[in-house]
Design a protein around this ligand. Sequence first.
Ligand code: AMP
Ligand code: MG
Length: 339
Amino acid sequence: MADLRPKRIAELIAPYRVQPGRKVRLPRDFPSDAPGRFGKADAKQAKDVLESSVSLLAEYQERLAAQDTYGVLVVLQAIDAAGKDGTIRHVMSGVNPQGVEVSSFKVPSAEEQDHDYLWRYARRLPSRGMIGIFNRSYYEEALVVRVHPELLNAEQLPPASKRGDIWRRRFREINDWERYLTDQGYRIVKLFLNVSKEEQRRRFLDRIDEPAKNWKFSAADAKERGRWDDYQRAFADMLSNTSTEWAPWYVVPADDKPYARLVAAGAIAHALVGVHPQYPKVGAEAMAALEQARDELLAEAPGGAAPEPRVGNAADAPAADRKRGKANAKKNGKQKAKR
Ligand code: AMP
Ligand code: MG
């Protein structure tokens, strides 16, 4: 039966992709709340789609690792309390932890400031076969640094690098870098969790009122909320200038947490479907070595033990299996010769 999951996922996420070159205004252009179709009323359907995305992610992640050719970089950006941490936790719940690396970026250290601004992000890129998640990213260099330009002073830049339209230049540099990474085999999934000001207010209140959430809140967060409009403008400009054919942005409606997770999981799964990773084929030589190892293991069966314990009791099964193995080896050898 045809696998319907990729199509359903593609349809779900399409409305949230930012068309390259499109000028985005927030909050006008993208919703922060879930549509009726999958809102609270339709929790069961939403759960089904999330489960298919998570199962698809797990399957494709395994093949991505086996193929060891492409890497996937997930970039998560959002204002405080938009749900970055919860999204990572839920979306990656079904994936082998060995295949995922999460990097959270805070205020840069002195050593990091002593390098070009992309340095610390380049060092944390996933290797081929891996999924890397950036919890905040190089986009902060045109977000928090733009809202607080005094941070540029800590960046030890030469004067010429601060002249002119520094933000436009950073957008270009980031686009070029992402292009280079794409050429190198990375697939970049960029998710902006779009939460409303009112929903942030509610979540901040929860963080103050619930002791188990107190640690998540600081007075600095409330102060940053005072710069809400500046952040929204910076986000909108980022979306307008850095959504490209090779690395488009998705504006994820984040007021409803389950829906946000659904769209986020869908966007990552969609990228993996695009990579279409395959298990590597074993060549003729390696296949012959496998065959030989197999024969040796069969010969090692202690008295009374079945040579092939997994095959059951059918007397002719081992022979049939061996035949199939040899046929495979032959087929693989032919394929190799053709290449
Ligand atoms: P959180 O993710 O809430 O733990 O906070 C991390 C903090 O690091 C936030 O206040 C960010 O604004 C700050 N931060 C992240 N990246 C940068 C950067 N490149 N320059 C300055 N501050 C940053
Ligand atoms: Mg914070």
